[in-house]
Design a protein around this ligand. Sequence first.
Ligand SMILES: NC(=O)c1ccc[n+]([C@@H]2O[C@H](COP(=O)([O-])OP(=O)(O)OC[C@H]3O[C@@H](n4cnc5c(N)ncnc54)[C@H](OP(=O)(O)O)[C@@H]3O)[C@@H](O)[C@H]2O)c1
Length: 332
Amino acid sequence: MARTVRFHQTGGPEVLRLEDLEVGEPGPGEVRIRVDAIGLNRAEALFRSGRYIEPVRSLPARLGNEAAGVVEAVGAGAAGLAAGQAVSVVPNFSHNDYGVYGERAIVPACALLPRPDGVDAVSGAAVWMAHLTAYGAMVELGGVRAGDVVVVTAASSGVGLAAIRTARRIGATPVAVTRTRGKRARLLDEGAAEVVVSDEEDVVRRLAEITGGRGAEFVFDAVAGPGVVELARATAPGGTVFLWGAQSGRPTPYPGFDLGMPALNLRTYTMLEVTRDPQRMRRAAAFIGSGLRAGSLRPVVDRLFPLEQIVPAHRHMESGRQFGKIVVTVDH
Ligand SMILES: NC(=O)c1ccc[n+]([C@@H]2O[C@H](COP(=O)([O-])OP(=O)(O)OC[C@H]3O[C@@H](n4cnc5c(N)ncnc54)[C@H](OP(=O)(O)O)[C@@H]3O)[C@@H](O)[C@H]2O)c1
């Protein structure tokens, strides 16, 4: 038996319950892990509340797709994995099929990465999702190059901070956008070349000043909604806007026609474009692994909660007050 988080109805954080459940043995292509730390992601709050891009197929439902732990049992065909190995779970599966919020979990073997020496469970649960998302957008798909200006909205989120570091690592200039003035100094400390406070400043004018009127070559936007019009105005001709989140919760217009049909690339993106492609994953793991060793990439952990505090942990995630990744730890 293992204490496992489930919800029996969609709703607010309070629907999450810790229950004793039989975990069972891994099937073909699966692995059972002892979970030591869990990285929280906004998608889980959306799934829990029934507002994710993928609906909840059946209840009660499990939750969670990023964690670090140790392999306990290996199913048939899960090559290259052995009991006792320290691993991280990266999101490449549906929330409807697997969930890692618990003391033990069964996950697909293809969602595991070996945890390098020196990467503890908390870091191992906090580093991958954020950096894979940023790497995939900028390096694999967005074609960001040294000297480009990269605008990062919701910059204080786990992914936003990873995007700042990733941009630095490839020689680009990261410009952070936050709603919250109180986060400005820390964003500069984390590597942002400039910070734009969107609740107080004219985003288009500030980005024009910062880029010398050229516009940003790449915009990495987690907010979407009406703000994409301003971001499109602040994008260089031929530049690209990647929409990777919809924090505003409002409809997102396509601004190209109203802006006179500029050479504007605007598209939605999820990190599954990386984690479900073995070759992209191989390159991503090499890029992030070498960045961790060199110290140019690292997770920023906002706050730790024990598993028993999963409801307050979700409340904290929804408050928007976090700076970096929220991690839940599991005592065995
Ligand atoms: N496409 C993908 O592969 C992918 C991967 C991971 C996450 N996501 C999505 O990306 C978004 C961020 O996820 P996360 O886990 O990194 O977030 P997070 O750590 O929970 O951080 C969210 C940040 O977004 C900003 N924010 C919150 N509500 C906002 C609003 N209404 N308008 C503007 N900004 C708002 C806040 O930053 P400020 O106070 O600094 O503004 C907040 O700190 C979510 O929508 C999530 O579903 C997508």
